[in-house]
Design a protein around this ligand. Structure first.
Ligand SMILES: [Zn+2]
Length: 428
C-alpha cells in the first residue's frame, strides 16, 4: 500500500540524463536488444532461432523429436569464430562434458557456423542441414551468454519452459510486453525431457527476473522469494546444466566404462565424471557426495538476502556508501511480522540510478531498482532515481512484505528504511 501521495512517481525527482552523462551506462540485457526475426526465420523466446518447420511444430505442440536433434558422436562442429569468447564458450563446454568441438573443412554436413549477427541467438539442437548459424553478436561477449547459446545448439530449452516450472516460479503476465507472452510458454514432457534433473534457479538457461517486462516490474517470481536473486545468472553452466548435458550425450556412461565401473555410485545430485570420480554439487562432500553440508544454492545466495522477523533498520548493501553492481547488489528482504501485525517501512534515504526508456519504450527503472511488494507478494511498485522522498512509508496489507533490490550500476548510495510492526486492526 502506497501511503504518501506526494512521493508518487511523477518523474520530477528522477535523476536526469545530464546528471548521469559522465557515467558509463551499464550494458543492456541482450534479450532486450535482440532482433525478432532473422532472414525470415522467427526468433523465439528472445534468442532461439527456429526453422519454419520447427516453428510450425512448436505451434502445433508436436515438439522436436529429441534424439534426432542431438549431435552424433562423430560430428565435427565448425567453430569458425574470430572472437576469442567463442573458443572460451566451447572450452567451457568441453571442460565439463564429453562433447568435442573441432574445426572441420567438410561443410557438407551438419555443423555450427558462428556468425557475428544482430544479437545472440541459436537454433535448438542439431538441424539436418549443412551448417546452422549461431550468432554471437554485439553485447554477447561473455562466457555465460556464449555457453547459453551453445546450450540451445546442443538441445537445451530455457529452464522456465520446463514442464514442472509452475512448482518453482510464477509468471506475471500482467507485466509482460504485449504479444511477448509466448516467450513464457511451458512445454510438455513430449517436448522437454529433463531426465530427472531437478529444476535449477541457477541454470545458465533461466531467464532473469524482468525479462520482457513492460514496466520494470518482475515478470518471473521465484516461489521461494529468497531465490529471486538466483535467476538469470550468465556466469556459465550450472552443476545441473552440466549433469543434464552429460546424461543427454551419454558422457556419464562413457566415463563409467572407461573407468571400469558398471553404475554411477554418486549420490545427492552428483554424477560420475571424466576423472573417474564423482562431480559433486555445492552443499555436498565426500567421495560419493554422500554428506550433505548445505543447500545446492548456498554458495550463490547473495549475502544481503535475509528473512526479517524483527523491527530495525534495513539498508541496501554498504549503505551509506555506494552499493555494488551485479550479484553482490541483489537483495531480497522477506519481511514477516508477528501474528496480528503488519510491517511498516519508513524511508530515511533513497538514491538510485534513474529511469531509462528501455522497457519497450516506457520509462522504467531498467538498471537499478527497488521493488516493494506490499499486497501482492509476486511483484510490486518499482522505484529508482530519487523517487522515494525521505519520510515516505509503505505498509503491508498482510503480515508479509518483500523488498527486491537489484543493481546494474554502482554509482549511488542506495536506501535506508526503518521497519516497525503495527497492530493489525480487528485481528485478535
Ligand atoms: Zn536463450
Amino acid at each position: 500500500m502506497f501511503n504518501d501521495e506526494e512521493a508518487e512517481d511523477d518523474g520530477e525527482n528522477d535523476v536526469t540524463e545530464d546528471d548521469e552523462g559522465d557515467m558509463e551506462l551499464p550494458p543492456r540485457d541482450f534479450m532486450d536488444t535482440n532482433p525478432t526475426e532473422v532472414k525470415g526465420d522467427p526468433i523465439f523466446e528472445g534468442d532461439i532461432l527456429l526453422t519454419q518447420s520447427q516453428w510450425r511444430a512448436m505451434r502445433e505442440k508436436k515438439g522436436i523429436a529429441y534424439e534426432t536433434s542431438y549431435w552424433p558422436d562423430d560430428s565435427d562442429g565448425l567453430p569458425f569464430c574470430t572472437l576469442q569468447i567463442c573458443s572460451h564458450g566451447m572450452d567451457h563446454w568441453m571442460e565439463h562434458t564429453c562433447i568435442k568441438f573441432q574445426e572441420t573443412t567438410n561443410i557438407n554436413q551438419p555443423h555450427l557456423k558462428y556468425i557475428y549477427g544482430g544479437g545472440c541467438y541459436s537454433y535448438i539442437g542439431m538441424l539436418n542441414q549443412n551448417g546452422q548459424d549461431i550468432s554471437i553478436g554485439s553485447g554477447c561477449d561473455t562466457l555465460g551468454i556464449v555457453a547459453h547459446e551453445i546450450g540451445h545448439a546442443m538441445g537445451f530449452f530455457h529452464e522456465q519452459s520446463r514442464p514442472d516450472r509452475d512448482d518453482y516460479v510464477v509468471i506475471n503476465y500482467e507485466n509482460i510486453q504485449d504479444n511477448r507472452e509466448s516467450n513464457f510458454n511451458k512445454y510438455s514432457t513430449n517436448i522437454i525431457n529433463s531426465h530427472n534433473i531437478p529444476y535449477d534457479y541457477s541454470s545458465d538457461m533461466h531467464y532473469g527476473s524482468t525479462g520482457f517486462s513492460i514496466n520494470g516490474k518482475t515478470t518471473i517470481t521465484t516461489k521461494d522469494y529468497l531465490a529471486q536473486t538466483l535467476i538469470g545468472q550468465r556466469d556459465g553452466l550450472s552443476h545441473r546444466d552440466k549433469h543434464l548435458a552429460n546424461i543427454m550425450y551419454k558422457c556419464i556412461d562413457k566415463w563409467l566404462a572407461k573407468c571400469g565401473e558398471s553404475q554411477d555410485p554418486c549420490q545427492n545430485g552428483g554424477y560420475y565424471g571424466a576423472g573417474c570420480a564423482c562431480v559433486c554439487p555445492s552443499g555436498t562432500s565426500g567421495s560419493y557426495c554422500e554428506t550433505e553440508t548445505g543447500s545446492y544454492y548456498g554458495a550463490l545466495q547473495s549475502s544481503c538476502n535475509e528473512k526479517v522477523t524483527t523491527e530495525g533498520t534495513l539498508t541496501s548493501p554498504n549503505h551509506p556508501n555506494k552499493y555494488p553492481n551485479g550479484p553482490e547488489g541483489q537483495c531480497i528482504k522477506w519481511i514477516q511480522a508477528p501474528e496480528c501485525h503488519v510491517p511498516k517501512l519508513t524511508f530515511s534515504a533513497f538514491e538510485l540510478y534513474g529511469k531509462n526508456p528501455y522497457c519497450n519504450g516506457n520509462s522504467c527503472c531498467y538498471f537499478d531498482a527497488l521493488e516493494i511488494r506490499t499486497d501482492n507478494l509476486n511483484y510490486g511498485e518499482v522505484f529508482c532515481g530519487t523517487s522515494i522522498t525521505p519520510g515516505t512509508s509503505f505498509t503491508g496489507t498482510g503480515r508479509e512484505m518483500v523488498l527486491y533490490f537489484r543493481t546494474k550500476s554502482d554509482y549511488y548510495t542506495g536506501w535506508s528504511a526503518d521497519l516497525t510492526f503495527e497492530k493489525q486492526e480487528g485481528c485478535e
